[in-house]
Design a protein around this ligand. Sequence first.
Ligand SMILES: Cc1cc2nc3c(=O)[nH]c(=O)nc-3n(C[C@H](O)[C@H](O)[C@H](O)COP(=O)(O)O)c2cc1C
Length: 195
Amino acid sequence: MTTSLKTVIVNGSPGRPSTTRALLNALRDRLAENIALDAVHIDLVDLLPELGGAFSRETFSPSLRATIKSIEQADFLIVGAPVFRASFPGLFKHLFDLVDLDAFQGKPVLLAATGGSARHALVIDLQLRPLFAFFQALTLPVGVYATPEDIQQGQIVSASLAKRIELAVEQASPVLQGLLLARQSAYFKLQRHAA
Ligand SMILES: Cc1cc2nc3c(=O)[nH]c(=O)nc-3n(C[C@H](O)[C@H](O)[C@H](O)COP(=O)(O)O)c2cc1C
């Protein structure tokens, strides 16, 4: 029985510790108060150095293949990246170049990014959102951007970021609850059909 949403949280930072990971953790924890998530994390840093040389599915290692498959099979994705040179990191894009182009059709995706300053906050709407539009994903309306003033030692320290997270969760929750209900009713229909 489907009791939770298969959630894959992708962190596009090639570093550790990662401010982006801290933001993604905060989003995960706040969302989990509203909706049952069965969450797994994929951190780009763990895919190095294989990712850069991976171009064809046939030659992926079993672990990279499993990672790509888990991204493709998610019900819901939370995707975050640090800003590098006014965009997302090249290897983050490369990871999504390896994903099947039909894998995210209609799937909800919550977007997040961190940068050294607020100047590049539009990376979410001008770069991340178009990437997921390509995949025909359902990008959720509010993305969350944070800077070093917002996150210190892995903790959210600014009221404005906390407020933005609330807004993102408030906007995302009805969509995710609807998806979970649809999954559950499809499951019960199948059970009735099988009985
Ligand atoms: C190579 C590189 C390029 C960066 N370029 C930008 C940039 O253009 N704009 C910006 O706001 N921050 C930039 N930053 C800062 C990072 O986006 C910021 O420190 C981010 O929070 C790092 O996230 P992480 O700790 O998850 O890796 C850059 C950092 C690096 C290492």
